[in-house]
Design a protein around this ligand. Structure first.
Ligand SMILES: *Cc1c(COP(=O)(O)O)cnc(C)c1O
Length: 382
């Protein structure tokens, strides 16, 4: 089945009871049993709920995975993956990483006993050098947040497997429509479904997709035993969202490229980070492992402090200043004070997260309006 067909039909069949075309939202916590242990596959909604099952089937199909598991947030999904490890185990993670993933590793799992190194995963040699005898997992975000660095999934999978470690790829920025890490031998794909999978900024959810039955059994156990599961309404919203995933991702990418090209020639912009620009250091790799470069981009303006951006924020009419990303509406974010504030300042600056760095989640509006909005706001920076 081709992509646009799959996105519309994955996980949804007319309801056998009523013929309802959309999967019903099963607002129920429990299920009647004919006799103790005799039931229709559902006992309690932390364990299974039919709306969530439909979503998990759809997500597995979209990612080309044998299994998918839905969680109450992207971080809950990430937490389940890290619980596969034991105290003393070592993790190698991308240096450019979603702030919440960094915080989870540093403030929750390091005190619990994991050892974590943050390295430049765009270069397999840097990853190789970080390996220890206790390394069990390599955690890669590609493209990364907020600097849109692209890491070579297939090469990192080979490397991780040759050392007996798992490769986990956070595929939130790309989505399965643009990038299929499992086909490049990654072991587990992590998503914040809050972003493009949901696609409308109206739900918080996470998901894991994978092929290995043994890992699936452990993660399914954790999903139920820890209990960070999404409710049926949230499952319904994401199930509805993914039907337009390919349409949205095409438009997000098209708009982002136009904006990146505009910003690259703007005199007040010193740097543009977008994998679809020839000047991006991993342009060729992105072209190879992604269908399109996606809807996220970052750029830098020359300011000494965030205060100098006051006129810029105030002038914006269409871009909303907000955390998060991946919805149909365009958002702008200031990583240093917002999404990446949990990373110490010294380290932020070393990474390139400067006071003048701005991250855009380019929506599906008309690109001319978006460019006009940015052009006007940039004129307010002295
Ligand atoms: C948002 C995000 C997460 C965390 O997901 P939540 O749904 O907010 O818990 C993880 N990784 C990336 C790349 C994200 O953008």
């Amino acid at each position: 089945m081709k992509w646009h067909t799959l996105a519309v039909h994955a996980g949804t069949e007319p309801d056998p009871l009523t013929g309802a075309v959309m999967v019903p939202v099963y607002f129920t916590s429990t299920y009647a049993q004919e006799a103790p242990g005799v039931h229709k596959g559902y006992e309690y909604s932390r364990t299974h709920n039919p709306t969530r099952t439909a979503l998990e089937v759809a997500l597995a199909q979209l990612e080309g995975a044998a299994y998918a598991l839905a969680f109450s947030s992207g971080l809950a999904a990430s937490d389940a993956v890290l619980r596969l490890l034991a105290p003393g185990d070592h993790v190698i993670a991308s240096r450019d990483l979603y702030g919440g993933t960094y915080r989870l590793l540093r403030r929750v799992f390091e005190p619990w006993g994991l050892q974590v190194d943050f390295v430049d995963t765009t270069d397999p040699a840097c990853v190789e050098a970080a390996f220890r005898p206790t390394t069990r997992l390599v955690w890669v975000e590609t493209p990364s947040n907020p600097l849109l660095q692209v890491s070579p999934i297939a090469a990192l999978a080979d490397l991780a497997h040759s050392r007996g470690a798992l490769l986990v790829v956070d595929n939130t920025f790309a989505t399965p429509y643009l990038q299929r890490p499992l086909e490049m031998e990654a072991d587990i794909v992590v998503h914040s479904a809050t972003k493009y999978l949901g696609g409308h900024s109206d739900v918080v959810m996470g998901a894991l997709m994978l092929n290995r039955a043994d890992l699936h059994d452990k993660l399914r156990f954790l999903q139920n035993a820890v209990g960070a599961v999404p409710g049926p309404m949230d499952a319904f919203l994401v199930l509805r969202g993914v039907k337009t995933l390919p349409l949205r991702m095409q438009k997000h990418s098209e708009n982002a490229l136009k904006i990146a090209e505009f910003l690259a020639t703007h005199p007040k912009v010193t740097k543009v980070y977008y994998p679809g620009l020839l000047t991006h250091p991993q342009y060729l790799l992105a072209k190879q492992q992604m269908r399109l470069p996606g809807g996220m981009l970052s750029f830098e303006v020359k300011v000494a402090s965030v205060e100098e951006l006051e006129g810029f924020w105030r002038a914006l009419q269409i871009f909303t200043l907000a955390e998060s990303l991946g919805g149909v509406e365009s958002l702008i974010n200031h990583p240093a004070t917002m999404t990446h504030a949990s990373i110490p300042e010294e380290q932020r600056l070393a990474l390139g997260i400067t006071p003048g760095l701005l991250r855009l989640s380019v929506g599906v509006e008309d690109p001319d309006d978006l460019i006009e909005d940015l052009k006007n706001a940039l004129s307010k920076i002295s």
